[in-house]
Ligand binder design. Structure first.
Ligand SMILES: NC(=O)c1ccc[n+]([C@@H]2O[C@H](COP(=O)([O-])OP(=O)(O)OC[C@H]3O[C@@H](n4cnc5c(N)ncnc54)[C@H](O)[C@@H]3O)[C@@H](O)[C@H]2O)c1
Length: 293
């Protein structure tokens, strides 16, 4: 139940003192992932659990939480599920506390839960025709729509990081990994404006928390995905025509699959990234660079 770094007396937060193979060892680490029952969060759960970590999947969807945690347990992995809404901060605190109590510590927390913001002011992701969409126009943007996205995609990240820090700071070690987005770095007209504001806010909050917690051996970083095929926004990303249109614009000419993100999740969770903090790592097949071919 103990990773190579702890069996050899090395420290989780001192990656450079380890042989390279041991630097990616996460066996026995205590992990929690919000939004862990689907898409990228599920990929984070799988990446860590498949490498021997003990993982709590926290998600608002009870059916998916039960189905996916049972599937992974049946495959022999140490995964537990708990239903929680990241907008319920007391409930989130209790769920993170329970995960930490179950494992006796808390090593890695992914603040990943997020929702699609609905339409932006244009109606197509790619291609020659990008018609304006009145429903997504600023003048039509409702407070309810704005507040819902900020509540989950920004306030939820704040509350998750706060709950994690309450365990990690006394421990004087830990990893917090926020899922932001390429939309934190550039505007995307096809998705609602609240998403850009929430993700850019989460990225800058990540940097501030990284600065605050660095002295306590806690690293705080972000993964900023481009276009990945998940169930977000009702699963529009599964549409092959949309994938083909996006892939045309992505310099690597394909969209991302959840498996593409597992290596980065493992890297940011493991001793290998011990000296990296406050960074937002974009994983997008080059999409943010511009159009090449
Ligand atoms: N898919 C992409 O292309 C993409 C790109 C950039 C960023 N992201 C971000 O990745 C993260 C994961 O999204 P995904 O694409 O895997 O979507 P997804 O819908 O497949 O998974 C999101 C999960 O979060 C859960 N969730 C939603 N609201 C919640 C809440 N209030 N409390 C707890 N859980 C909640 C959902 O039930 C779901 O299981 C989000 O933060 C999203 O903004 C996704």
């Amino acid at each position: 139940m103990c990773a190579l770094w702890c069996r050899t007396g090395a420290r989780f937060d001192r990656g450079s003192t380890l042989a390279v193979a041991a630097q990616f060892d996460v066996e026995g680490l205590a992990v929690a992932v919000t939004g862990g029952a689907s898409g990228l969060g599920l990929a984070f759960v799988e990446a860590l659990a498949e490498h021997g970590a003990r993982v709590t999947m926290l998600d608002v969807d009870p059916t998916a939480t039960e189905r996916e945690s049972e599937r992974l347990r049946a495959a022999g992995f140490d995964v537990r599920g708990a239903v929680v809404d990241v907008t319920d901060h007391d409930g989130l605190d209790a769920a993170i506390d329970e995960a930490a109590a179950t494992y006796g510590r808390l090593d890695v927390v992914f603040a990943n839960a997020g929702i699609d913001p609905g339409p932006g002011f244009v109606g197509a992701w790619a291609g020659a025709s990008r018609p304006r969409v009145e429903e997504g126009a600023l003048e039509q943007y409702t407070d309810a729509r704005w507040n819902r996205v900020i509540d989950i995609n920004l306030n939820g990240v704040f509350a998750t990081m706060r709950a994690a820090a309450r365990h990690m700071r006394p421990q004087r070690s830990g990893r917090i990994i926020v899922t932001t987005s390429l939309a934190a770095t550039k505007s995307e007209a096809v998705i609602g404006a609240a998403y850009m504001a929430a993700k850019a806010g989460a990225a800058h909050l990540m940097r501030n928390v990284a600065l605050e917690l660095a002295a306590f051996g806690i690293t705080v970083n972000a993964i900023a995905p481009g276009f990945f095929v998940t169930n977000i926004g009702g699963g529009h990303a599964h549409n092959p025509d949309l994938q083909a249109a996006i892939a045309k614009d992505v310099p690597m000419h394909r969209v991302g699959q959840p498996d593409d993100i597992k290596g980065l999740a493992l890297f940011l969770s493991s001793p290998a990234s011990a000296y990296i903090t406050g960074q937002e790592i974009i994983i997008d097949g080059g999409w943010g660079l511009g159009i090449a071919d």
